[in-house]
Design a protein around this ligand. Structure first.
Ligand code: SAJ
Length: 418
């Protein structure tokens, strides 16, 4: 099967995954319609511009729009394949919120025709892809679906989770192996045929339920490993040992590879996805739950230490370096750095200068505080007597530490170790 079998592709959700996926397919010559409910994002894309920060994505989108292969709209149109890449957040009681996925699936029911392929890339709890087949069957009784008739179905449906790392999306989209889980084997084969247009990694075929669990497993695995590093950092604090040195030395063992401790785990994936496993198997997930609790508890440990230092100063002035959840991106979702800055703003009257090179204005959670301002790096460092490094952005790595000797530094990422 080749790209000729997919004359048009419709990608629903123009976020961190959907837009790069649409642009990569379009750059391989496939006409792609990108769909999003955000009219501003749609109009920016149609102007060849982007609304997110991701290396080289602007150039790719601009080129794909200029050649006419990529355009955007707020409503789906008929296509040979549909890729759903919308968020799956969790509710206040940590249950998966499938409302965006369900709305996206239902939004394409009217334009489906015999032979179409529907792929869910959004991270989902086990069973969601089969459920999507049921939702579409309800809406389109004139078509047959794979949860009922398997390989004989008019419509093929599968789950192929995205695995790209923000900051390296365009490279990983093409090079990473892809897990592809079909509701029937034929669904998986057709999905692989579509991805092979752009993906150089292996396409690994399985069933939809296994693919759903594999994606959740990858992120839960990373969460557990980061939790180990974060717990070790607490032990080292108690014992007055430099955790970075301890990790570095332990990692010389041929079978030990401890990750980096930090201010906690953020982003919309690793801090969320493990809860989808817990929700599906609450009695069997002691370790996964414990890891979440260690990582979620880390910001408070840092806040407590900084506030203790604040109480030592008559005129405390804090520089908070970084709000993004990790280095060199603009994403503030579930960011422990943002949580820490907000908590410091709430708990003290100290002047707080926030440095975040990837945003233009303070986020809502910080903009209401009169003692908090967005600042440039030089200014914030000069005026502060307490420096809290929260995100390991490149811009912070080159700071001249010699000029900060009189200041109290909390380097939560270990980038300023001499
Ligand atoms: N972090 C640490 N210490 C580390 C590594 C990470 O504290 O040693 C923190 C980061 O600062 C950040 C959080 O963990 O706050 C998560 O960052 P990350 O780089 O580990 O992962 P994400 O959330 O940006 O992307 C993950 C990736 N999953 C895995 O590596 C298993 C990515 O491949 C997935 O596609 C993505 O989740 C997703 O969308 O699910």
């Amino acid at each position: 099967m080749t790209e000729r079998d997919f004359k048009t592709v419709c990608v629903i959700g123009m976020g961190y995954v959907g837009l790069p996926t649409a642009a990569v397919l379009a750059s391989r010559g496939v006409p792609v319609l990108g769909v999003d409910i955000d009219e501003n994002a749609v109009s920016l894309i149609n102007d060849g511009k982007i609304h997110i920060v991701e290396p080289d994505l602007d150039i790719l989108v601009n080129g794909a729009v200029a050649t006419g292969k990529l355009r955007a709209s707020t409503t789906p149109e008929p296509a040979d394949a549909f890729i759903i890449a919308v968020p799956t957040p969790f509710t206040a009681d940590r249950k998966p919120d499938l409302s965006y996925v369900e709305a996206a699936v239902r939004s394409l029911a009217d334009v489906l025709k015999k032979g179409d392929l529907v792929i869910i890339e959004s991270t989902c709890p086990v069973g969601t892809t089969e459920m999507a087949s049921v939702w579409l069957a309800d809406a389109r009784p004139d078509l047959t679906f794979p949860h009922n008739v398997g390989d004989a179905a008019d419509i093929n449906i599968s789950h192929s989770p995205e695995r790209v790392l923000p900051g390296r999306v365009l490279i990983e989209l093409v090079r990473n192996d892809r897990v592809i889980g079909g509701v029937s084997p034929r669904c998986a084969e057709r999905t692989a045929a579509l991805y092979r247009i752009a993906v150089e990694g292996k396409c690994l075929l399985t069933n939809a339920r296994t693919a759903e669990l594999v994606k959740l497993t990858e992120n839960a695995y990373r969460d557990v490993n980061i939790a180990f590093a974060n717990e070790l950092s607490l032990v080292c604090d108690d014992l007055e040992i430099d955790v970075w040195e301890a990790v570095e030395l332990a990692n010389h063992h041929p079978r030990v590879n401890i990750l980096n401790p930090g201010p906690g785990v953020g982003g919309h994936c690793i801090a969320v996805d493990p809860w989808f496993i817990v929700d599906s198997a609450p009695g069997s997930t002691t370790l996964i739950k414990a890891a979440r609790s260690v990582n979620d508890g880390k910001p408070q440990k840092i806040i407590t230490k900084v506030l203790a230092e604040v109480s030592n100063h008559d005129n405390p002035a804090i520089a908070c370096l970084g709000l993004a959840y990790k280095a060199d991106i603009d994403d503030l979702r579930e960011s422990p750095a943002l949580d820490i800055a907000v908590s410091l703003a709430e708990s003290t009257n100290a002047t707080i200068k926030v440095v975040e090179p990837h945003i233009q204005a303070l986020p809502n959670r910080l903009s209401g505080f009169s003692h908090v301002e967005l600042s440039d790096l030089t200014n914030a460092l000069e005026d502060a007597n307490i420096i809290v490094l929260l995100t390991d952005h490149k811009a912070f790595r080159d700071v001249d530490l010699g000029r900060l000797t009189s200041k109290k530094i909390f380097d939560t990422r270990g980038i300023w170790r001499s």
